[in-house]
Ligand binder design. Structure first.
Ligand code: PGA
Length: 247
C-alpha cells in the first residue's frame, strides 16, 4: 500500500501569496510512490486548487468540516459540498488542538466522521493520549486511544471505506520530541487490530507529533506505520525531504 504524507499547516502562513509559494515548494518532491495531502487553512483552498501545473500526485485536504452536507444556517462553518467544490479529497477531524481550544467533543467528531464517510471524502481522525496518561503506562494509553476510537467512529464502517487514523500523542505534538518508532508501531498495531476486530474495517494509520526531516526515515522504515501527519516541519522547509523519506 502507498504511504501517506499529510501536511497540516494549522493557522499558517499569513498570506495567500506565501501559501502558493509553500505549496509550490513541494512540487519537485511529490511522486506517484507516495500520497501527498496538503491541508491549508480554508481561505487558501480554492486558490491552491486552481494552480494548473500542480503535480497529479498532490491532493488538498481541509483541517475541519461541519457535519451538515450542503448549505444551511451554520455561521462560521464549512460543508462537505463546499470542500468538494474546492477539490478537497480528505479532512482532518478531531485534531487535539480543536479538542482543546474549540471545545470539540467526541460526539461532534463522530457526526463529522459519519458525514465525511457518507460524502466519499476521506476522514483523517486524530487520536492520542496526554503525557499524564502515558506516564501511567502504555497499556492505559492504549485503552484510552481505543476508547476514543469507540466514541469517534460509527459502529458500522463499510469494508471499502477510505478511513485514515492519525495517532498523535499529545506530548509529542509541537514539542520536538516524537514518540519512538517502536512504541508508535505498538500503538498503531493496536489501533489497526481494534478497528478490524470491532468493525470489520481496515484503516491506514499514520503517526503524528514532531516529525522532522531528521527523524522521518526512521518512521518510514516501519511497515505498520502507513505514513505521517506533519505540523510545523511542513511550513518550515522540511516537507520535501519528508516526502522523499516515504517515497
Ligand atoms: P507537529 O504537529 O508536527 O508540529 O508536532 C503535528 C500535528 O499537530 O498534527
Amino acid at each position: 500500500m502507498k504511504k501517506i504524507v499529510v501536511a497540516n499547516w494549522k493557522m499558517n502562513p499569513a498570506t495567500g501569496h506565501e501559501a502558493i509559494e509553500l505549496y509550490r515548494s513541494y512540487f519537485g518532491s511529490v511522486n506517484e510512490r507516495v500520497t501527498t495531502i496538503v491541508c491549508p487553512p480554508f481561505s487558501f483552498l480554492s486558490e491552491l486548487a486552481l494552480i494548473a501545473d500542480a503535480p497529479k500526485d498532490i491532493a488538498l485536504g481541509a483541517q475541519d468540516v461541519f457535519w451538515e452536507q450542503n448549505t444551511g444556517a451554520y455561521t462560521g462553518e464549512i460543508s462537505l459540498a463546499m470542500l468538494k467544490d474546492a477539490r478537497v479529497s480528505a479532512v482532518i477531524i478531531g485534531h487535539s488542538e480543536r479538542r482543546a481550544y474549540s471545545g470539540e467533543t467526541d460526539e461532534m467528531i463522530a457526526k463529522k466522521i459519519t458525514a465525511t464517510l457518507a460524502s466519499g471524502l476521506t476522514p483523517i481522525l486524530c487520536v492520542g493520549e496526554s503525557a499524564d496518561m502515558r506516564a501511567k503506562g502504555i497499556e492505559l494509553a492504549q485503552e484510552f486511544v481505543i476508547n476514543q476510537l469507540d466514541k469517534d467512529l460509527p459502529k458500522e464502517i463499510s469494508a471499502s471505506a477510505n478511513l485514515v487514523i492519525a495517532y498523535e500523542p499529545l506530548w509529542a505534538i509541537g514539542t520536538g520530541t516524537p514518540d519512538t518508532p517502536e512504541s508508535a508501531t505498538q500503538m498503531i498495531d493496536c489501533i489497526k487490530q481494534a478497528i478490524q476486530k470491532k468493525r470489520g474495517a481496515s484503516a491506514s494509520v499514520l503517526y503524528g507529533g514532531s516529525i522532522q526531516k531528521e527523524n522521518a526515515s526512521l518512521f518510514a522504515r516501519e511497515s505498520l506505520i502507513d505514513g505521517v501527519l506533519v505540523g510545523s516541519a511542513s511550513w518550515k522547509g522540511d516537507f520535501p525531504e519528508i516526502i522523499s523519506a516515504f517515497s
